[in-house]
Design a protein around this ligand. Sequence first.
Ligand code: PLP
Length: 404
Amino acid sequence: MFQINENYVKLQGSYLFSTIASKVAAYAAANPRREILRLGIGDVTLPLAPAVIKAMHDAVDEMARQETFRGYAPEHGYDFLREAISRVDYRSRGADVDPDEIFISDGAKSDSGNIGDIFGLQNRIAVCDPVYPVYLDTNVMGGRTGCMNPADGRYEGVIYLPCTEENGFVPQLPEEAPDIIYLCFPNNPTGMTIQKAELQKWVDYALEHGSVIIYDAAYEAYIREDGIAHTIYECAGAKKCAIELRSFSKNAGFTGTRLGFTVVPRELRCGDISLNDLWERRQSTKFNGAPYIVQRAGEAVYSEEGRRQTKEQVDYYMRNAACILDGLKSAGYTVYGGVNAPYIWMKTPGNMTSWEFFDHLLEEAAVVGTPGSGFGPAGEHFFRLTAFGSYENTKAAVERICKL
Ligand code: PLP
């Protein structure tokens, strides 16, 4: 008789978005004439930039001709894209990342889960609380955690790094050293980020304790302020202890097109084993490369026109973020994030729980957001609003919240 991977049974049901959907559907049925404004979506809404579309069309035409047709892509990605990334994302920022340290993929979600394949099951992981759930759930699936303790909503064996108002949503260095540390800045869901000098402390800590940092920089394009690292490789020594995940989803609207990459530096070693070699082996065995058409689209993001056009899109979302932030602040709410990220982390008024505030907002203002407690116990009494809608809807939603 076959057996299943028992670790999957330890996973908690992902009720967050399904509960939101059913509550919104019930409200819509009861209030058919009320327009519901959604500030809960984590997906982009603007169409792909013209430079990206042109590159895709050209690549489609290439696929139609015998002389230019392409079959399987290299598992680690085409050199034209790896070289563009190395030049624009890294070398231009003084970070010495070579094309052969860059592995193109179908997105940061898969990579953030798959990266666990190259690490032993006995490693102790640390995650922020609240957190993008993929890091934790994939480690549960892999067997690197115990069961969830219903009393505190935490998995046994995991080191949680609370991100709270008190610490400015930047976790403190843990006393007990983890083997694998997941960090994400700018952060989903808090919308907060970390100063380069603070990030350097994490790198120094990882080097001192023999830990590896898995650094998710999916929202790098939203950084506006100085003093914030755009890549962890701006920190001295990071190539010896950090893997970086990147995505084309939020900087260029590829959520449905699918493209991302992971940097595994050659200097990152465990004894005499290179993690770059292990990841190359993992990808070439389990992955057959991102599509040529999509990689050409990704290359266009790095062209002069592509950079200008995608920046305009990010600016559009950040105008929404400013509208939410300023509007709620002026109405007396306590709000965080939204300056270097498309997420606003709002403290619920009157000590309401995240779900109580969700219901209140839906019933009284027909506005939808995401309860912070859905991202981890430390997210309780917070609420996530996103800047990915249209400006008109964002403005209207803020006006409604301010009138509550
Ligand atoms: N990492 C973080 C922190 C995210 O918030 C998201 C998506 O919301 C992803 C990764 C997923 O990126 P991708 O679309 O490239 O899979």
